[in-house]
Ligand binder design. Structure first.
Ligand code: ADP
Length: 474
């Protein structure tokens, strides 16, 4: 793990922000500096340009129709015309050179030295150069005869010391203020970032306190409805679901233990009574039969618990294949027929011959078995159970209707929960544990089969299985 990955969030926010701002400020400072520099030099260039125009006018020199240095020498030395024709250079430096750079004439301010001459610059050019140890801005203007020959150059320079001081000061301001701005920015950003993400500390502190024993703790919501608010809401919703799941697990274990404890206690009590004194053979037989019945009930419960555990583990994958619905129904009905016959219950099937669905055969059988055995269990003697299979435009729908005791409407939503029995007395008399329908629901979900139920008390119940449209293969 590198140092950066262990950096705190607020430091990282401050760091990224400062880097970005540093780049921006550097760009702005540089642009400002170059713009000021450009403006300053443009002003100098304008000044020099005006100076040149004045010089040319006053000395009657034409840069396009240059008549030779003799004229200039003449003008300079002509005492009569001196006042009107001598070059007026003010405080600036003026110099005339011939085409090979030899100084032909220069202003008094240049008495002891000469301005730089650049033979490679052909047209009028402006550039910086140094003169007498200080910087000057200078222009070099070619003097061309009417035959197009460059006879020499007029060179004019102005001192730029004051401007350079301004530019230097500007550089200094930028140079010293830059780190100060960056440092201040980093400190402030870190402070603000720390303040903004403080709710995260609360989330962490609360999350650290939550364990299996105090799952009812919740993250306090931050004031602003921002991402942190959503994070808190999401964690709270997750905690709700976890609490729910833990509660269901606890209930399940308590229910399973309770269901197993009762027959165990009955068997234990019966056997303890039996061993107290010798009894008639018939008495033994009846008591042992009774114990066997209880043990069978326990075995059934354990089977159902194991089945639920198996199907609730995420690793189970249904073996979905295209199966013909009717043969499956037939085989389940055949297995159920003996218990139906003992109650005189008739099972009728109205089916579409070619109904084929995508399902796991074993799981499908278990679904039908559970629904049918309930229909038989909760139906009165001599009633009937009707199974109807129908094609709709996109689905195959199979309904199983009985004429039994029915389920109250307000309880229809809960009958698929584990260990839920509508009425303890009616289930215990039929030997149910309230697990059958939760197994049905789990198996149906695994195969994407929809299960729904409608019922009317004392008139009957209908369970409907809807098989998914895209998996129909007629
Ligand atoms: P059990 O093993 O107790 O029957 P189930 O999970 O199969 O458990 O069913 C849950 C409850 O739903 C049952 O206790 C019963 O009261 C009710 N029930 C299920 N099917 C029917 C039905 N066809 N008619 C009336 N009640 C039913």
């Amino acid at each position: 793990m590198n140092d950066f990955s262990v950096m705190s969030l607020r430091n990282r926010i401050a760091f990224y922000y400062t880097i970005t701002t540093t780049l921006l400020i550097a760009m702005v400072f540089t642009s400002i500096y170059f713009m000021v520099e450009k403006v300053v030099y443009r002003q100098f260039d304008d000044e020099i340009s005006n100076e040149i125009a004045e010089i040319l006018e006053e000395s009657h020199i034409s840069t396009r129709n240059f008549k030779g240095f003799a004229n200039i020498q003449d003008i300079d030395n002509d005492d009569n015309d001196r006042d009107s024709k001598q070059i007026n250079v003010d405080n600036d430096f003026v110099q005339l050179v011939n085409s090979s750079g030899q100084v032909m004439s220069k202003s008094a301010s240049l008495s002891w030295c000469a301005l730089a001459f650049n033979p490679n610059q052909l047209g009028t050019t402006y550039f910086n150069s140094s003169f007498g140890g200080s910087m000057v801005r200078q222009a070099q203007v070619p003097l061309i005869t009417n035959k197009g020959i460059t006879e020499g150059y007029l060179i004019v320079a102005v001192p730029v010391k004051s401007a350079l001081i301004v530019l230097h000061d500007l550089q200094d301001i930028f140079f010293f203020s830059f780190p100060a701005i960056i440092l201040t920015l980093f400190v402030f950003t870190r402070l603000i970032a720390g303040k903004s993400i403080r709710p995260i500390d609360k989330v962490i502190a609360t999350a650290e306190k939550i364990s299996q024993t105090n799952l009812d703790h919740r993250i306090p919501f931050p004031y602003h409805r921002d991402e942190l608010y959503r994070l808190s809401a999401t964690i709270n919703a997750l905690l709700d679901r976890m609490q729910d799941a833990f509660q269901r697990e606890k209930d399940f274990t308590a229910n399973a233990s309770h269901e197993l404890k009762t027959p165990l206690a009955i068997v234990k009590g019966t056997l303890e009574v039996l061993v107290r004194k010798p009894r008639e053979r018939e008495h033994y037989e009846t008591r042992i039969q009774f114990c066997l019945k209880e043990l069978n009930r326990m075995a059934r419960l354990i089977d159902q618990l194991l089945m639920l555990a198996r199907y609730e583990s995420s690793k189970i994958n249904p073996n979905i294949q295209t199966v013909a619905l009717f043969p499956h129904l037939e085989s389940v009905i055949e297995r159920m027929r003996p218990s139906a016959l003992t109650k005189g219950i008739a099972i009728t099937v109205d089916h579409a011959d070619n109904a084929r669905i995508a399902a796991d055969s074993e799981m499908l059988d278990m679904i039908f078995e559970n629904i049918l055995s309930n229909a038989i269990k909760y139906s009165p003697a001599n009633s009937s159970i009707a199974i109807v299979v129908q094609h709709t435009a996109t689905t195959i729908v199979c309904s199983i209707s009985d004429q039994g005791i029915g389920i109250p409407e307000e309880k229809l939503n809960t009958i698929f929960e584990r260990f839920y029995r509508v009425d303890e007395s009616r289930s215990s008399s039929t030997g149910g544990f309230g697990l059958g329908l939760s197994i049905v629901k789990k198996l149906a979900d695994l195969q994407q089969i929809q299960v729904s139920v409608t019922s009317a008390t004392n008139r009957g119940t209908t369970f409907t299985l809807t098989f998914p449209a895209q998996e129909i293969n007629c």
